[in-house]
Design a binder for this molecule. Structure first.
Ligand code: PNS
Length: 163
């Protein structure tokens, strides 16, 4: 039986913290489905198609990972449809845990699926998609915090404002 997990998120854009968690999930499961989902609490910056390309471009081809868009669907429905036995999320600290715990409990309530929390790499504890966008848009250097392809995409995002 293929042991499959889902790594869900907005990935707007993917950061090195996300990439680290995806790599580690791939060591624990036969296959990882990176699910690009809509978070109603967040207004998107990058179009979903670009987010998916950025995630794909940030991962080595040899990794057993699929990147798919699931729009505004419930995560538990996505997990059922792809045949996942667990949801994998990274935790940067207590604030993340407070945000993630109710979702993990709700998802287990809805379908019985378990959420596996991986402690985030402390090197990326301060890294979030929203912060890297804010810093990059104001001309700050986020090299080393996001994959190289994302760094380029962030520069392109900034370019129109500089004109
Ligand atoms: O990267 P994010 O924005 O923190 O990811 C949050 C996300 C997209 C994983 C979460 O909003 C989600 O699961 N959305 C799908 C809809 C859903 O299932 N909502 C109920 C969660 S209990």
């Amino acid at each position: 039986m293929t042991r499959r997990c889902v790594c869900p998120g907005s990935f707007d854009p993917v950061t090195n913290g996300h990439v680290d968690v995806i790599h580690r999930a791939a060591q624990l499961f036969d296959e990882v489905v990176v699910a690009v989902l809509h978070n109603p609490a967040k207004e998107g910056t990058f179009p979903v198609a670009e987010r998916m390309e950025l995630v794909r471009g940030a991962l080595p081809a040899c990794l057993s990972v699929r990147v798919e868009e699931f729009g505004g669907r419930l995560l538990v429905d996505v997990c059922r449809d792809v045949g996942a036995t667990a949801i994998v999320k990274g935790l940067r600290g207590g604030t993340d845990f407070a945000y993630e715990l109710p979702m993990a409990l709700m998802n287990r309530h809805l379908s019985g699926i378990e959420t596996v929390f991986l402690p985030g790499n402390p090197a990326y504890e301060h890294v979030s998609s929203s912060l890297v966008k804010e810093v990059a848009l104001h001309g700050g250097d986020v090299a080393g915090l996001v994959p190289d392809n994302v760094l380029q995409a962030l520069h392109a995002l900034r370019a129109p404002q500089e004109r």
